[in-house]
Design a binder for this molecule. Structure first.
Ligand code: DC
Length: 230
């Protein structure tokens, strides 16, 4: 077990790999806490927008990151986790493509990442934590008991996103989504700080041709091997 005695499973990978869904299902199944670290970067991008902060102003963004007034309200029944920023439910507002692109930009700033580090680590509470992000296994929880790196081809990820948007009644262009995914991957993988990459001891899963149930079973089997299933 870790120094703090609280087990952690990290799930890293690019957007659209299914890691958010996987992390949510796994946390629900284990009865563990859930950290959606991407939501913190998205919240910061939204806060910057609301406060008129320029996305290149590292000092102002770092100040905002340090004082983000955020609450995550745990999922109940078939409801999803809700995210509240400065008293307002922004669960939907943080999911737009514009905010996602903004999140990827603020996430490239070292001082911003540093300002959000302790806040992420504070999610580590009994009986355990499932942490979803880009650098959960490499930087935030390097001593996690199980590290998963989930990928899928850019084309499959664009298709999944396309279907999600259509289901929500929004319009989208598949080619446009693929371009955005490639641009975001490029930025997330090539930034100098905490780039998107698997931890050395991570288990790689390519979800391109797997159902989410299959992925969940694979991860649960790994968790079982490590005696994490209680
Ligand atoms: O997983 P997501 O799409 O909600 O993440 C939004 C952006 O935040 C993503 O482009 C990269 C950044 N991010 C990060 O740099 N580190 C994390 N641990 C999580 C997200």
């Amino acid at each position: 077990m870790s120094e703090q005695g609280v087990p952690v499973i990290t799930i890293d990978g690019p957007g659209g790999s299914g890691k958010g869904t996987l992390a949510g299902m796994l946390a629900a199944r284990l009865g563990w806490h859930l950290l959606d670290s991407g939501a913190l970067y998205r919240l910061l991008a939204l806060a910057a927008h609301n406060h008129g902060a320029d996305l290149t102003n590292e000092e102002m963004l770092t100040g905002l990151a340090a004082h983000l007034d955020v609450q995550f309200i745990a999922a109940e029944g078939d409801q999803e986790q809700r995210t509240v920023l400065e008293g307002e439910d922004v669960s939907r507002a943080i999911r737009t493509e514009t905010i996602g692109a903004g999140a990827s930009r603020v996430a490239a700033l070292p001082a911003v990442r540093q300002a959000l580090l302790a806040r992420q680590q504070a999610f580590r509470e009994m009986p355990g934590l499932v942490a979803d992000g880009r650098d959960m296994g490499t930087v935030v929880f390097p001593d996690a008991q199980l590290k998963i790196f989930l990928t899928a081809s850019p084309e499959i990820r664009a298709e999944r996103r396309y279907r999600q948007l259509l289901e929500k009644g929004e319009t989208a262009s598949l080619a446009g989504l693929l371009d955005e995914i490639n641009a975001r991957d490029e930025r997330d993988m090539n930034r100098s700080i905490a780039p998107l990459r698997p931890a050395e001891d991570a288990i790689l899963i390519d979800s391109s041709h797997m159902s989410i149930e299959n992925v969940l079973e694979t991860v649960q089997a790994e968790a079982r091997k490590r005696n994490l299933l209680g």
